[in-house]
Design a protein around this ligand. Structure first.
Ligand SMILES: *[C@@H]1O[C@H](CO)[C@@H](O)[C@H](O)[C@H]1NC(C)=O
Ligand SMILES: *[C@@H]1O[C@H](CO)[C@@H](O)[C@H](O)[C@H]1NC(C)=O
Ligand SMILES: *[C@@H]1O[C@H](CO)[C@@H](O)[C@H](O)[C@H]1NC(C)=O
Ligand SMILES: *[C@@H]1O[C@H](CO)[C@@H](O)[C@H](O)[C@H]1NC(C)=O
Ligand SMILES: *[C@@H]1O[C@H](CO)[C@@H](O)[C@H](O)[C@H]1NC(C)=O
Ligand SMILES: *[C@@H]1O[C@H](CO)[C@@H](O)[C@H](O)[C@H]1NC(C)=O
Ligand SMILES: *[C@@H]1O[C@H](CO)[C@@H](O)[C@H](O)[C@H]1NC(C)=O
Ligand SMILES: *[C@@H]1O[C@H](CO)[C@@H](O)[C@H](O)[C@H]1NC(C)=O
Ligand SMILES: CC(=O)N[C@H]1CO[C@H](CO)[C@@H](O)[C@@H]1O
Length: 211
């Protein structure tokens, strides 16, 4: 009798512990959070807000790539984070996309469904593409995948306009008013090393893209 009761209590505690083993996105909100049950600092959870009114979140577990560890202060994987006396690295860079550790837009993803994680690995930047959970899109402002983020651009006037979904200033939209009152939308990439200047609305090599 007593034995059965203790087994029942044991099972309940196990189940409860299992549930609490994951990050509780309702209490953390959207973002990336360390899996506190992982003493090796490799695992973290991405919380994606589905409905802020109902407080509904999707959670996805990830493992930091290579030697990187989840740094809770930076909310991302870094190679210089000391979990408990593990790895440290130096810097010096060469990568076409990465200029710092952290998250950046995937220039090949026109629909914002993926992004790039930049890590320093033995002094060299390494790129890791990450796919956003279904139905969510990478917002470069928050560096998170968000279901409410609107990727891309809609013409509201004729002319050339910077592509807001890419921070490199390389892309722009040409909006052409059709006879039926709607706009035709064309996406262009500035030639060679030029960037789109939103003030003069032309591609130029003299404009400095804000970072
Ligand atoms: C998650 O956190 C919320 C708010 O703090 C709380 O109401 C809820 O019970 C927690 N869920 C779990 C599974 O711990
Ligand atoms: C970390 O995540 C991996 C992959 O999901 C899993 O196999 C491993 O058990 C996790 N480690 C810990 C300590 O939770
Ligand atoms: C820290 O390292 C010591 C010795 O390597 C180990 O016994 C301990 O479990 C580690 N603690 C954490 C939180 O990783
Ligand atoms: C969020 O949930 C509320 C209540 O269920 C619902 O009325 C609302 O339409 C939902 N919003 C979205 C964006 O799904
Ligand atoms: C985004 O584009 C990728 C490939 O470019 C495609 O596989 C994916 O299905 C697209 N996602 C959405 C939500 O359209
Ligand atoms: C780091 O890079 C240097 C120079 O490229 C190389 O000599 C060294 O073996 C590398 N160390 C590791 C741990 O990969
Ligand atoms: C990003 O944030 C800036 C300043 O907070 C804001 O002006 C801009 O509209 C935001 N862009 C997007 C795409 O959310
Ligand atoms: C307006 O005209 C353009 C080009 O002629 C056409 O592609 C588009 O479908 C038309 N839109 C509507 C709502 O009729
Ligand atoms: C981000 C960072 O740590 N940058 C350092 C890389 O190394 C150079 C030279 O050692 C430093 O000046 C930077 O601050």
């Amino acid at each position: 009798m007593d034995g059965k009761l203790y087994i029942a209590i044991f099972l309940v505690i196990c189940l409860a512990w299992d549930v609490h083993a994951q990050v509780n996105c309702t209490s953390t909100g959207a973002g990336r959070f360390a899996d506190t049950n992982d003493a090796t600092c490799k695992n973290y959870t991405l919380c994606v807000a589905v409905n802020l009114t109902t407080g509904q979140y999707l959670s996805y577990n990830y493992v930091c790539p290579t030697t990187s560890l989840f740094n809770p202060a930076a909310s991302q994987c870094t190679t210089n984070y000391v979990c408990n006396a593990t790895t440290t690295t130096t810097n010096t860079t060469t990568s076409t996309i990465c200029t710092a550790e952290g998250f950046t837009q995937d220039p090949t993803s026109t629909n914002c469904s993926s992004y790039i994680q930049c890590l320093l690995d033995n002094g060299t930047f390494v790129e890791f593409p990450i796919t956003c959970p279904d139905g969510s899109f990478y917002n470069p402002n928050s560096t998170l995948c968000e279901t409410s983020y609107v990727c891309g651009f809609t013409c509201t006037a004729a002319g050339r306009f910077a592509d807001p979904s890419v921070t490199t200033c390389r892309n722009y939209y040409l909006c052409v008013l059709a006879t039926n009152g709607t706009y035709a939308e064309y996406l262009y990439t500035c030639p060679s090393t030029s960037v789109f200047n939103p003030n003069t609305r032309v591609c130029t090599t003299t404009y400095t893209c804000p970072t």
